[in-house]
Design a protein around this ligand. Structure first.
Ligand code: SAH
Length: 349
């Protein structure tokens, strides 16, 4: 077993061309690579035995050279509201979580991009785990593929949306996240539409500019939570090095290049950002570029430092924003009973 891990290559690290090269060297046809590649990505094969249109001999030969480091979806918890939380074990034994969120019209996969997180947002459970490593493109892809299967199996409906709102900061693992998205949207992969994919970031200005330069086609969401520097810095340390001014400039650049609206995620907490001044600051910030605001419900994590503001405060925000032309939605949490809601991942593990 030890020998397997150390000497064999992960076959999914090979591009299609490299796989073709491999088969040609083995005296086989390039077409074989195409077939195997389809098994690896489109059909999400977990082992070589599943590749039934490949001869037994070839499968054995592949087994001698390669491994498939597929994720293992270990435990599956189901919430009263239908939400499913997956504990995903990676090939090196580390664990991340991913969530399937069903609504009337959609089935959304919420996936992780890193093991743990380095950002230390004070209200988030994942922040309590130190960042261990980035997920590879195939580990990200596998989470989506697994949820796609669950959607079909348990709900008889297709997966419609993907959000990078699980564990980790996607823009600090940018190249792997974009590589995964390329495969997810490819016809040789899961054939999903880019506009159904949202990457959520704490607001790394430099990387937002990079996304704009790359002309990415997926959606951008920013976890804002406050549009006042002092307040934002007190709950999100990233703001010390990425001020709201820098973030705002990066978002203007993003909009100029992509013409794509930005979504702000915003939790309102008692005593932190629950005044009219806070709401006015948000209004001003959200006017920088065309945007919409999701006021998300706070999901308590153990200690009670943070408390959701009452409905009147949410309505105050809502009225002010809507009156000024900013589309605003109040988002109820899903999967709270199984710690699958935003910011709760890793709460109990
Ligand atoms: N690092 C990325 C994605 C992961 S967090 C980001 O910061 O956007 C996904 C969303 O959940 C973010 O908007 C985050 O601010 C929010 N969140 C974190 N902890 C939360 C909590 N306890 N309750 C509600 N939302 C939370």
């Amino acid at each position: 077993m030890v020998e397997t891990i150390q000497t064999k290559r992960d076959i999914r690290k090979l591009k299609l061309d490299e796989l073709k090269e491999f088969f040609i060297q083995k005296g086989d046809k390039a077409f074989r690579a195409q077939q195997v590649y389809e098994w690896l990505w489109m059909k999400s094969a977990k082992n070589f035995d599943q590749m039934t249109n490949i001869s037994l001999e070839t499968r054995e030969m592949l087994r001698q050279h390669f491994v498939i480091n597929h994720i293992k979806v270990d435990t599956m918890q189901r919430s009263e509201d239908g939400t499913i939380k997956n504990a995903v074990t990676l090939h090196d034994g580390l664990v991340v979580e991913s969530v399937l969120i069903p609504t009337e019209k959609r089935i959304t996969a919420c996936v992780s991009s890193q093991v743990g997180c380095s950002l230390a947002c004070k209200f988030c459970a994942t922040a309590r785990l130190k960042r261990q490593r980035n997920l590879s493109p195939d580990e990200i892809y596998d989470q989506v593929a697994a949820i796609k299967e669950q959607a079909e199996l348990f709900f008889g409906r297709p997966l419609t949306n993907i959000v990078f709102m699980g564990m980790g900061e996607p823009l600090l693992n940018y190249s792997n996240v974009t590589e995964a998205i390329e495969k997810i949207t490819s016809q040789k992969g899961l054939n999903m539409a880019s506009r159904r994919i949202t990457v959520s970031t704490v607001g790394v200005a430099k990387m937002i500019r990079k996304m704009a330069d790359d002309q990415v086609k997926f959606n951008l969401a920013v976890s804002l939570h406050s549009a006042i520097n002092q307040t934002r810095s007190s709950i999100m340390p990233i703001n010390d090095t990425n001020s709201l001014e820098e973030l705002g400039e990066a978002l203007v650049y993003w909009y100029q290049k992509t013409k794509s609206k930005v979504t702000y995620e915003y939790v309102v907490w008692k005593g932190i950002n629950d005044t009219e001044e806070d709401a006015r600051a948000l209004l001003k910030f959200s006017k920088l570029v065309p945007s919409k605001v999701n006021l998300i419900e706070y999901n308590p994590i153990d200690d009670g430092d943070f408390q959701q503001a009452p409905e009147e405060v949410l309505n105050m925000y809502m009225d002010l924003l809507e009156k000024n032309g900013i589309t605003t939605r109040i988002r109820k949490s899903r999967g709270k009973d199984i710690d699958a809601a935003c910011g709760q991942l890793a709460n109990k593990s």
